[in-house]
Design a protein. Structure first.
Length: 456
């Protein structure tokens, strides 16, 4: 009896197992079908697949295509090679298709294509926006895209960029969270509408900064939004971004923290305009001059910080006061610093990303040189007991700033038009002599009191 019971139970379990196994493919088939239907509605076709489809649409003038093919062709309305929007009668045929097939899946494709390919001055996006808004107002109140339209006016081309730009200033949310709320994520991240909104925010920043109304919060949002995975989110806006960040400061100086943030960001993405000029081609020259001026200040400050550790601090107390007095009055046009081997080791640890430096060879390993440009005058001031030398504008022996190859000490001592040892610092002896020469050769004067260290 017990054996019979066991056999019966085993047979029952086997039947249940077989039935379950037989049912599983059916369940999986349904799930797969649903997934395929969803993906079919939202998946962006592969480029070669879309190209083939668009060519057929253009060739057959929109006749004889299935709903599935129409849904996928939506991704090519504003295609770069074969845009359907430029084909005669497209919008008439497309509107007819949507009226006959008023499904959210088709409108979602249109919405995503609109967000991705958006151009603010194109009538096509006004037409597409009208189609989308009409659908959203026809019983779609519960749809997330309806709520986004009500909040951000996404499908009103003249309003959307400004509305999104204002939303992106909300520091209570991360950039990704703010974009998610708008709908600019996934396949449309860094798309045309997001780019237009970013451009609008740059315009607002530039206008406010020129009036002295810039603030670090807005700058933080701009710089965070401008990056994606360590690179620039909108490469085609690189020139505009650099100019918006720099041009407000042609006649004024920003707060130190703001200057530092802008400088480090631009160095990361565009490099140093003094030595990587190709990357700055196209950027307004006035904007480049602002960047070079800031880098000049960084070079001066960080040079002094390093030299103070390898040379007599008492010497550099006076040299720092002297050269910073010229910088503070905007007389130093450019600065480049050079370090011997030991000094370079300190520089590598002490320098922030906001300044570059050159290599000095042929002399003592802890020697350093400060190269300056004041008007047409080139100046080389040495650390330790080295001299201050000057070359007039027409002197072909004047050392070049921003040289990539190492500088040999002889380059920095050859045929100067003037040289002066640093004697009598506490009596301001050399300072007066050098200041007089700068005035004579470059027409620039800084009062004696301004060139003295504080307290002496």
């Amino acid at each position: 009896m017990r054996l019979r019971t066991l056999l019966e139970a085993a047979r029952t379990r086997r039947t249940l197992t077989v039935r379950a196994l037989n049912q599983r493919p059916a369940v999986e088939a349904v799930a797969r079908n649903l997934a395929e239907r969803f993906d079919e509605a939202t998946r962006v076709p592969a480029p070669e697949e879309l190209t083939e489809l668009l060519q057929r649409f253009r060739r057959h003038r929109f006749k004889g295509f299935t709903k599935r093919e129409w849904a996928r062709a939506i991704w090519g309305i504003w295609d770069k090679q074969f845009p359907l929007s430029e084909v005669e009668s497209f919008w008439h045929e497309f509107a007819a298709f949507l009226r006959a097939n008023a499904r959210r899946t088709h409108y979602k494709n249109l919405i995503l294509a609109y967000l991705r390919d958006f151009e603010p001055d194109s009538d096509d996006f006004r037409i597409a926006g009208d189609l989308i808004r009409n659908f959203l107002s026809s019983g779609q109140e519960d749809w997330l895209w309806t709520k986004r339209q009500n909040r951000f006016r996404l499908f009103e081309p003249t309003e959307a960029p400004e509305s999104i730009a204002s939303h992106m200033l909300d520091e209570g949310k991360s950039i990704d969270e703010a974009l998610q709320e708008v709908g600019c994520s996934g396949v449309v991240i860094a798309g045309g509408l997001e780019k237009a909104a970013f451009g609008r925010l740059l315009e607002r920043w530039l206008a406010r900064s020129k009036r002295g109304l810039s603030d670090s919060t807005a700058l933080t949002r701009i710089l965070s939004w401008a990056e994606y995975d360590g690179s620039l989110r909108f490469p085609t806006l690189t020139r505009r971004l650099a100019e918006s960040l720099l041009l407000p400061w042609r006649e004024q100086r920003p707060e130190a923290a703001l200057m530092k943030a802008i400088t480090e960001f631009l160095l990361k993405h565009l490099g140093d305009p003094r030595i990587e000029r190709q990357r700055w081609i196209g950027v307004n020259e006035a904007a480049q001059q602002v960047m070079r001026r800031w880098l000049t200040k960084a070079s001066l400050e960080q040079f002094i910080a390093v030299v103070s550790k390898v040379a007599d601090a008492g010497h550099w107390k006076y040299r720092k006061a002297f050269w910073m007095a010229y910088y503070d009055r905007d007389h130093i046009d450019e600065a480049w610093v050079l370090f011997g081997r030991d000094a370079r080791n300190r520089a590598a640890n002490a320098f922030e990303e906001s300044a570059g430096y050159g290599e000095l060879i042929g002399g003592l390993s802890n020697h350093c040189v400060l190269l300056l440009r004041i008007g047409n005058l080139t100046i080389a001031d040495w650390s330790h007991s080295g001299k201050c030398r000057m070359w007039n504008g027409g002197n072909t022996q004047a050392p070049k700033l921003y040289q990539r190859a190492p500088y040999h000490v002889t380059q920095l001592q050859k045929d100067p038009d003037f040289e002066q040892a640093h004697h009598g610092s506490d009596r301001h002896s050399w300072q007066e002599r050098v200041a007089e020469e700068i005035q004579s050769r470059a027409g620039v004067w800084v009062p004696t009191i301004a060139r003295k260290p504080r307290g002496g």
